[in-house]
Design a protein around this ligand. Structure first.
Ligand code: DHB
Length: 309
């Protein structure tokens, strides 16, 4: 099938537009190597903090037929581990996600990444972790986001994208887009989970995950319409900045819808957790099959071209 689903953005070349969302199956070196050896078009790390974290108590991940609820609490190996593995991931785009618990944590990691030179191909700055008790999602605080980005670009001159929380109001899309426009952002990833959702098990009359009284980030099918909306909004408001779509991608059809909305590349979260790394080959095959049926040979023929007039 001579159908091209490659993606290029910010100087990165991905043989497939599909890769992992930060979160599932990308925490340990072993998991990152598995992603590297899979059909994923890039490798993205679990969000790093300056040091190792065990994360929240278990159970901290739940799934049902509609999606997932998680409150992992940033379990990760620490930034050094995600920098040192880069040498073993050199033939694929390797992106490190960072999610400091404070501005100074983020600045410390960015100075370290800056010093590491070209080890890492890009950084995804996570502005949207909902699961650390007592810590707000910075992406919902527009002034703090702006202040952070001002400092970020003073110390880091590599490729840096931001991972945004989902927004639900037109004024918020407008305000966040206005902030992002003022910086040399390499890409925008939309969206993180819907934070602080609650799933109830009626039989046991209980919450389904243990941390934060059961409140956690909602992903999967529950998230897809919100993800599509956020991709569409930022695609239209940030011309020239690539948007990476994430939220409820299970099939080639889901990926096609994200690209129609304007996504340059697509991340897979809940479905990667459920299915494992074989999801990348399957979804790629489904996307190519759909494109063939529709007479498309490459993504640029329909990217952003959702009929919405
Ligand atoms: C976690 C969850 C997120 O949605 C995120 O962006 C970062 C970290 C977590 O709970 O580990």
């Amino acid at each position: 099938m001579s159908i091209d689903i490659s993606a290029r953005f910010s100087g990165l070349t991905l043989s497939s537009c599909l890769f992992n969302a930060s979160g599932p199956r990308c925490t340990s070196s072993g998991e990152l190597l598995e992603l590297y050896n899979s059909k994923a078009g890039a490798v993205l790390s679990k969000s790093a903090t300056p040091g190792f974290r065990v994360g929240n108590p278990k159970p901290r991940y739940f799934e049902n037929q509609f999606g997932s609820l998680n409150s992992m609490g940033l379990p990760n190996e620490g930034i050094e581990s995600y920098i040192s593995i880069a040498a073993q991931l050199s033939n694929k785009a390797y992106i490190v996600s960072i999610a400091g618990l404070s501005k100074s944590d983020n600045m410390q990691m960015l100075r370290r990444l800056q010093k590491s030179g070209q080890a890492v191909d890009a950084v995804e700055l996570n502005l949207s972790c909902p699961n650390v008790p007592g810590k707000a999602q910075i992406g919902y605080d527009f002034d703090s986001t702006k202040a952070l980005l001002e400092e970020v670009f003073q110390v880091f001159d590599g490729k840096l994208g931001v991972k945004l929380p989902p927004y639900f109001d037109m004024i918020h899309f407008e305000q966040m887009a206005a902030i992002l426009k003022a910086f040399p952002i390499a890409f925008v990833t939309c969206v993180n989970s819907i934070g602080n959702a609650l799933i109830v098990d009626a039989e046991s009359e209980s919450v389904v995950i243990r941390p934060k009284s059961g409140f956690g980030g909602l992903g999967g099918d529950y998230l897809k319409p919100t993800g599509l909306a956020n991709v569409r909004q930022f695609y239209k408001r940030l011309p020239g900045i690539p948007v990476i779509g994430v939220g409820g991608v299970k099939t080639g059809l889901d990926a096609f819808e994200y690209i129609l909305c304007g996504a340059t590349a697509i991340q897979v979260g809940s479905q990667l957790m459920r299915e494992g790394i074989d999801c990348f080959e399957r979804i790629a095959f489904e996307l190519k099959t759909l494109m063939k049926t529709k007479g498309y040979k490459k993504l640029s023929q329909f990217r952003g071209k959702l009929k919405d007039g």
